[in-house]
Design a binder for this molecule. Sequence first.
Ligand code: HEM
Length: 466
Amino acid sequence: MTVESVQPESRPEPAAAPDEPPAGQLLEPPVAGGAVPFLGHGLKLVRDPLGFMSGLRDHGDVVRLRLGPKTVYAVTAPTLTGAVALSPDYIISGPLWESLEGLLGKQGVATANGALHRRQRRTIQPAFRLDAIPAYGPIMEEEAHALTARWSSGEVVDCTAESFRIAVRIAARCLLRGQYMDERAERLCAALATVFRGMYRRMVVPLGPLYRLPLPGNREFNRALADLHLLVDEIVAERRASGQKPDDLLTALLEAKDENGEPIGEQEIHDQVVAILTPGSETIASTVMWLLQALAAHPEHADRIRAEVDSVTNGRPVGFDDVRRLTHTNNVIVETMRLRPAVWILTRRAVADTELGGYRIPAGADIIYSPYAIQRDPRSYPDHLEFDPDRWLPERSKDVPKYAMSPFSVGNRKCPSDHFSMAQLSLVTAAVATRFRLEQAPGSNDAVRVGITLRPHNLLVRPLAR
Ligand code: HEM
């Protein structure tokens, strides 16, 4: 069901990195062409981040970028991005994470490192284990069918709002169980949508004090951020007051102990809930939007999904237990994630002098790589820009180089939610494709909008009952 499942472990190892020079003679990575005085490559990265990151592969497997006064190392070969993700020499750090921490909290699992990160992963992991997912099946089914029940044939659907709604509702209802989540999920949707929009702006255009001016945009952002933190406090307080301990992620966090066997602090519990809800909703919402766009753009695959679901369910509503038999549905999701990965850029910082692909990487170096560029590399994928879900059939997917398709990443920072995500994406895609044909409505704009994740600018679809 996961992306990994379409890439058998027995796949041959990719070609080794180019001949490495003897120890002590490591090379400096080349500087990518096109830098301009003072700004270096910064302008290009801001103006056309996807085109710029994709073009870097022509300059080398590891290249240096000049971003103002800073040097950043960009990694462009799949093998080497895998090496970075798997190596303890690189940690989560750098400007991207620092700005996230400032807004979302410093003690969440997504930004912690070392022993704290390991302990936090141990606490949250059971809620995401493969054998924990079936318990979420009824909620995922309910939400997927509620989504299609809300839609009327011929009436335009705002995909941004609908995708956020289902993502937040599933994450909140499954992981922080409780009736109160039903009304709070709507507030969470509104707060998260505004916070993410503003966060990206603050990350790429760090104007510091200007964001503190009492301008309408800043006020709206601050209100949404405050509401997000307030909501999380309310959720935690109500659970405590209820005295209940359902078997869920929130109970695991409330009962977690630190390295001295003491209960973890209030701030850590709060930051953990934020750190799980925020990546959990933005990534799923963006992927659902791209799936709706793909169903509208490729009706032949929507028809194949419908036929596949019918053959499995004989006309009853699709359920969680059907998902593992929906091969084509899965392949459409994986292909959509290949071409439109929610997480399009990842960063790390080297904590020691190290070597990558024969090049010297100094301690303290900031590293970036782009799953978007890696997953569109013509050296890894024939007809690399074609939407071709059948490339994930076993006989073809075995030729995909290792780490050329890792939308959930690998190593110790791998997304804990790969199974959880794939299950809900499959159910939503199957439920929509069986009930409706989709077409884009007038005024829809499916051009890529680059933010913390990639998503369409403003996708509007018209569902037509089958
Ligand atoms: C981390 C992708 C859904 C929670 C990550 C990372 C990726 C990713 C690539 C690694 C980041 C890095 O290496 O720096 C995705 C995609 C999703 C998805 C593509 C859906 C399509 C979710 C959901 C949740 C979630 C639904 C929670 C409900 C997290 C957390 C981390 C993470 C907590 C940080 C893990 C750590 O640092 O140890 N995700 N994710 N993700 N994801 Fe997801």
